[in-house]
Design a protein around this ligand. Structure first.
Ligand SMILES: Cc1cc2nc3c(=O)[nH]c(=O)nc-3n(C[C@H](O)[C@H](O)[C@H](O)COP(=O)(O)OP(=O)(O)OC[C@H]3O[C@@H](n4cnc5c(N)ncnc54)[C@H](O)[C@@H]3O)c2cc1C
Length: 502
């Protein structure tokens, strides 16, 4: 299930990324993770003359950034009414203008480096087709209007849906994220930065004012470390696993002969539906996204891709689905990203995470905040995202929900006896069975070949659940994911599952 963005292997060719780290090295700054956040940090830091080394567990842009929708916008759903009410007007205004600057920063990089990444300006809309949600749109328009920003309340958006109200932000943008990151990688390596694919960081320790990053076989000594691994893989200090969860959403890319709309659109409802168009082989495809749920919680094809396909068929009856994909993002309990020093005990190790499905602009803000910290410059937006913030958690329902879900997984699920017999597991499906009190995760491939794993997450020991859509073992606590054969696919875990010999 590759995304539209990763469908063309040519895009990531000739970018001078090394296959693997094969020796101990010393560098100024070690960046862990080569998604949009890590590579944006690398781009800015090499421009300033720092020696940068980037470690990537898999391949650059292959995880969340390679599976995003890639709208570049300061309109993060209906968010500003929440911000004004929770944090006040100055905070909300700074958040909005930080994101507006980020759009411009991305445009500046594209112009300066002459990057052909299908960047184009678009209007962004949050719309509703429900009478009872019109008041939410109006509240958002009022909140945004108090922040000296020109938004509009409209009823016509160009979407072929019965839109009753929408809030419009003008001069937002969209692009092809992998083309963009391929070029950033080239710029980094051209400026003597090094990027190593297939190199997993497993720990970071302090060493007389420096930091040592450990991979399985080698050490990287540096003055600074940037954790750009999406969900932090270090649990102590920081305790991010208590403050964030992951949410998965699905996307389809559709070919249709019908004329498509302009603009980028997202519904105000839950679950939200997201629309944009994108270039593919000289055509314009329709992208529909949505049907989010907590990562690791069971869902079916019918309730995810099936719903997106229904919408596509309803409004574009001739539609042919060319790509289906899904990915997940980190969401903090107060809905504000964590950007800055990883913890008070490790001040020169930095983090950028919790981008809550709006990481195109937020990763740029994060990169600028961290680059300013390293180069000793003041950043007026840094205060918004401080990881050490101790504020009452406003999103108390989410906290309760997260605690219940984690407890369910850790305790209740362990107590529940699976009555699913081994024989009842169908081919191309998986389940957990219990043998002498021990849980075993079984997957039978389409030919009946059996794979048996210990279904306990290698991050913090949560019981995994079977994901029948992607044939993976997923963690309902913090969102790690493993292939049916136990290979680790997604952070925060980085170790494979134990497997049982059959
Ligand atoms: C379905 C969906 C749609 C979205 N749409 C939008 C959108 O339209 N607009 C928008 O602004 N945002 C959107 N987002 C959010 C955005 O895509 C993310 O916030 C952003 O891509 C995250 O980038 P990242 O660099 O932090 O993470 P990633 O892209 O996941 O990069 C992290 C990298 O770190 C590597 N890594 C992990 N652990 C280690 C380790 N131990 N050692 C070495 N490397 C490691 C991983 O392999 C990965 O390549 C969307 C998110 C989702 C889920």
């Amino acid at each position: 299930m590759n995304s539209l963005w990763l469908s063309n292997n040519e895009v990531l060719k000739n970018i001078n990324v090394k296959n693997e780290l094969t020796e101990d090295i010393t560098t100024d700054i070690c960046i862990i993770g080569a998604g949009i956040f890590g590579l944006t940090c690398g781009y800015y830091l090499t421009k300033l003359g720092y020696k940068v080394t980037i470690l990537e567990k898999s391949e650059i842009a292959s995880k969340t950034t390679g599976h995003t929708t890639a709208k570049i916008t300061s309109q993060h759903g209906l968010f500003y009414d929440y911000l004004v009410n929770s944090y006040g007007q100055k905070f909300a205004k700074d958040y909005l203008y930080a994101n507006e600057e980020a759009i411009q920063n991305i445009k500046n990089i594209i112009d300066e480096e002459n990057i052909n990444c299908d960047f184009r300006l678009q209007n962004a809309y949050v719309y509703t087709t429900k009478k009872e949600e019109i008041s939410l749109i109006k509240k958002e328009v009022n909140a945004v209007s108090t922040l000296d920003y020109n938004c509009e309340l409209v009823t016509k958006t160009g979407l072929p849906l019965d839109v009753l109200a929408a809030i419009c932000f003008r001069n937002q943008a969209e692009f092809h994220p992998v083309k963009y990151l391929a070029r950033l990688s080239k710029c980094i390596t051209k400026a003597n930065g090094e990027i190593y694919n297939n190199t997993t960081a497993v720990d970071v320790k302090t060493d007389n004012g420096d930091y040592i990053t450990y991979t399985k076989d080698h050490n990287i000594k540096s003055k600074y470390v940037i954790i750009a691994s999406h969900y932090p893989f270090i649990n102590f200090p920081g305790l991010y696993f208590l403050k964030m969860y992951q949410s998965t959403s699905y996307l389809i890319a559709v070919d249709t002969k019908k004329t498509l709309f302009n603009g980028m659109h997202i519904s105000s409802s839950t679950p939200a539906f997201s629309f944009r168009t994108a270039k593919y082989n000289n055509k314009e495809l329709l992208l529909i996204g949505g049907m989010d749920h907590k990562t690791g919680h069971p869902s079916s094809y019918k309730d995810t891709y099936g719903k997106l396909e229904e919408i596509s068929k309803k409004y574009y009856p001739d539609s042919e689905i060319l790509f289906r994909w899904n990915t997940r993002d980190c969401i903090s309990l107060d809905k504000i990203p964590y950007i800055g020093s990883f913890s008070t005990s490790m001040p020169n190790m930095f983090i950028g995470t919790g981008f809550k499905k709006w990481g195109m602009t937020l990763s740029n803000i994060a990169a600028n905040i961290i680059v300013d910290k390293i180069s000793g410059n003041y950043n007026k937006y840094a205060y918004l995202f401080k990881p050490s913030r101790i504020k009452p958690i406003k999103n108390i329902d989410e906290l309760k929900n997260m605690v219940v879900q984690s407890t369910n997984s850790l305790l209740l699920d362990k107590l529940k006896k699976s009555n699913m017999d081994f024989e009842k597991i169908k081919n191309n499906s998986g389940s957990i069975i219990e043998v002498n009190g021990e849980k075993i995760g079984i997957y039978k491939n389409p030919d009946g070949k059996i794979y048996a794993v210990k279904p306990i997450c290698t991050h913090l020991g949560c019981l995994l659940s079977w994901n029948d859509i992607d044939k993976t073992w997923d963690c309902p606590c913090h969102g790690s994911r493993f292939n049916f054969d136990g290979t680790n696919l997604y952070d925060p875990a980085f170790k494979n599952l134990d497997i049982y010999d059959l």
